[in-house]
Design a protein around this ligand. Sequence first.
Ligand code: ZN
Length: 495
Amino acid sequence: MRKLNLTFKKLNVTESIKIFKQFPEKKLRQVINIKFPLTKQVKGAIALTCATVMVLSASYTSTYLRTHENNVFSTDSFTITENGKELCKVRDAELLDSTLSKLEKNLESAYQHEIAIESKYDIVPSKAKDNEIVSETQLYEILETNVNYCMLAYAINIENEQVGIVNSEYEAKSVIEEVKDYFTKNYDEKSIIEVATAENVEIKQVKAVNTDIKSVEELANYIIKGTDEEQKYIVEAGDSYWTIAGRHNMTLDDLISANPGSDSEHIQIGDELNLIVPKPFLNVQVKRKITQEEKTPFETEYTYVSYMFNDEQVVDRKGKYGVSQIEALVTEQNGIQIAKEVLSEEVISKPVNEVVTTGTQDPPAKKGTGFFINPLPGSMISSRFGSRSGGFHLGQDMAKSAGSSIKAADGGTVTYAGWSGSYGYMIDIDHGGGFTTRYAHCSELYVSVGEKVYQGKIIAAVGSTGVSSGPHLHFEVRKYGNVVNPASYIGIQYR
Ligand SMILES: [Zn+2]
C-alpha cells in the first residue's frame, strides 16, 4: 500500500485515495454490488483500480484538450502573411516552402513553361488553437488562389536592343541558328569555313507574359526581314519584275532582294512575291573557300578598209571568253560578297580575240542626194515592174541569197519599218522632193522609224517574208505616192 501510495502521490491523486479508503463498507457494497465479505485486501484492490482509472482518464483528458480542436488552449504555431496580411496559420514552418515548390511545379507543368513565383510570403511564430490551423491541402488551395507568378522566358538582344522573346534558352539559340541557316542555305556546306554575326548577340532570361512570347519561326523571320510588316503581290498575266517594281515604287534591285531564291527572269501567273525589302537585324557573315570558273575577257582587233564607212563593221571572227579556275576565300554578308582573296588561279583556256573589219570613209550626209544607187548589188532581176499575169507588179524583184545586205538607194528618213501584210518585213524611206522607196520581204530590219540614213547604208537583209516564192528584194520607187518603174530610176539623177 505504501508503495502504491507513493505512486498515487506522484500522480497527485493521494487525496482521492484517502477518500476512497474512508468509504463505508456498506455503501461500497451497494455501489459495486459484491456479495462476499470485503476483506481489507479486497477493499484495497478496488480502491487501487478506481484510482488508476481516474488518474488515466485525467491524464488522457488533459492531452486531448491540448491537441484537439476542441481544445481551449492556444499552442505554438506559425502565421503566414503576404504584404502584412495574414493568410493562415500552420504548425510546421517548413510546410510553406514545400507547398510553394509543389505549386510551382504544378503550374510549370500546366503551362509547359518555366515560371517564377512573384508573391513574397513571410512566416512568423504565433500561437493558435487546432481549429485555427490549416491542413497541407488547405494551405495549397490558399496559395493557389492568392499567388502571383510570371513566365520566365528568354530574350534575344542584338547590340543591347531586345528584338524578341521566346520560351526557352534552347529556342533562343534555335532562332539564331535559323537566321544563320537562312543566309547560308544556298551554299555548299563543305565550302563554309566560318559563320558569324556582324552584331553582338546575347540571350537573357526575362519575365514575360504569354502574348510577348514568339515562336522560333516568327522571331527568326522578324530578324531576317527587320519588320513584321507583310506585303505580298500575286503575279498576273503580262507582269514582269520590271513592271511590278515600277507599279510599287520599288527599284528592280529592291524587288529582287525582297525575293531571294525567286528567279526574276521566270515568274509565273499566281507566283507570290514579297514587296517588303528586308533590312535584317542580324548580318550574317559567311567565310567560304570556293573553287569556281571565271571568264577572262577577250580583246578586239580591227582591220581598216577604205571601201567601208567608218560607222560600219563586219565581224570576221567572233571573240571567245577565256576560262580560269580560281580558288578563293570569300566573305559574304547576307549573301552579298564583301571580300575576296584569290588563293590560286589556273588557266583552262585563253581568250580568243575578236576580229572586226571597219571602214575609213566618213559616211555621207544622212539625207537624199537626188541619185539612186542599186539597193542590192550583184542581184538578178527576177520579175520586172508592170503588168504581170492579169495584175500589176508595183516594183521590181531582185533575187539574191537570203541574208544578203540591202542598202538604202539614197539617203533619207525611215518612215516605216515593220511587218506589212503580204509585203512581210518592210522598210519605207522618204528621200525628199516627193520620192520614197520601199524594200519588202526582208528577213531582218536594221533600222527603225524616224532614223536618218545615208545612201548605201545597210538597212535590212534579204528574206522571203510575206507573200513570196523565194528570197528576193521587192523594190519600189514612188513619186508623190504613185509607183514608177524602178529600172528607170536606179543609177540616175532623179531630181
Ligand atoms: Zn515583187
